[in-house]
Design a protein around this ligand. Structure first.
Ligand code: SD4
Length: 324
């Protein structure tokens, strides 16, 4: 079992320095090396630097954690270079880009959409579900119709490039639902604002070439995202089926409630997934968590998961510890 901690300054690819105990205002504490941050703060999965800076800027202007996470992840939903979130996402087997997203607010309210087509910003629709309906989750055609009623515009999200890749895949039919760094980068984000309130968002186009109708963990409250304003929050990325089976984000938050620090909580939750599926070497799951006090932890199965912390107007990219 290996634990690797690296801390990189945004944009300084290759200039990483080993993260051992403390560096540039970040310090590791606790038996399992959580990282202490100061509030306001945002954290997000993978190397989505601009999403982190966008959220951080809003938090520093005094905006709410909910606005910060929504605007932060929307950067990636609009990014055509990102083939795993929003516009430009990799389609399902039928060639349809279908999106999953959710938001959760400090008061525990939440909204979610799944299997949503032709809407560039599913996270914004999820927020509307939370704020404008008595429901938590809308899917498929119902979610689409609701979005249109709310003033969202319909848009083809399948880029030329994604279509070409899909056509290639159709010929090869080499379907391996193995989550790895190259082709699956869901963005999950948590932020704590100046008031000390926490909010979260998660958005994805899901597994590449998934079966029609497949929904992953990302829009499932408790699986892809969970938070409790008394405790903290957690987000997940990786093989959604395994995250759903283990309700991993909820588990992490409950473990923190019981006194585990975020690093310990993520490690226990990843080990639960490993224990429950002997094929764990074939898929990736990564968990990222923060307490209300700003302590951050993360753990994954395979090496290679990184996340961004935005604090004091600066991004830090950190490589997570891993089970393997
Ligand atoms: C899913 N969890 O749909 C998502 C995929 C993902 O990084 O996280 N990729 O299963």
């Amino acid at each position: 079992m290996k634990r690797r901690y690296f801390l990189k300054t945004a944009g300084a690819a290759g200039l990483s320095i080993p993260f051992i105990n403390s560096c540039a205002g970040f310090s590791a504490t606790g038996t399992e090396n959580s990282i202490n941050t100061t509030i306001p703060v945002s954290i997000n999965t993978w190397n989505f630097q601009e999403a982190g800076s966008t959220a951080g800027k809003l938090l520093n202007e005094g905006k709410s954690a909910l606005d910060a996470v929504q605007q932060g992840v929307m950067v990636e939903e609009a990014n055509l270079e990102n083939t795993t979130v929003g516009n430009g996402g990799t389609p399902d087997r039928e060639g349809d880009v279908t999106l999953d997203a959710c938001v959760m607010a400090p008061d525990g309210n939440c909204g979610s959409v799944a299997y949503l087509k032709n809407i560039e910003h599913p996270v914004a629709v999820a927020r509307k579900v939370m704020e404008e309906t008595p429901h938590v989750m809308l899917v498929g055609e119902g979610a689409y119709n609701f979005a249109i009623q709310q003033g969202f515009t319909s848009k083809n999200l399948l880029t030329e490039n994604a279509e070409k890749e899909w056509e290639k895949w159709l010929k090869e039919k080499d379907y391996k639902p193995i989550i790895n760094i190259e082709n699956h980068d869901t963005i999950g984000m948590l932020a704590i604002d100046r008031e000390g309130d926490i909010a979260g968002a998660c958005t994805t186009s899901g597994l590449a070439y998934k079966m029609q109708g497949r929904v992953g963990d990302s829009p499932i409250i408790g699986s892809g995202l969970f938070l409790d304003n008394e405790v903290g929050g957690a987000v997940a990325t990786g093989m959604g089926e395994e995250i759903i089976k283990n309700v991993s984000s909820f588990l992490v938050v409950e473990l923190m409630r019981q006194g585990k620090n975020p690093q310990e909580a993520c490690e226990i939750a990843i080990k639960r997934i490993v224990k429950n599926n002997s094929n764990y070497t074939d898929f990736q799951v990564a968990l990222l968590a923060i307490t209300k006090q700003g302590e951050v932890g993360s753990y994954c199965i395979h090496p290679g998961f990184t996340y961004v912390i935005n604090m004091n107007g600066e991004n830090k990219s950190i490589e997570s510890g891993s089970y393997l």
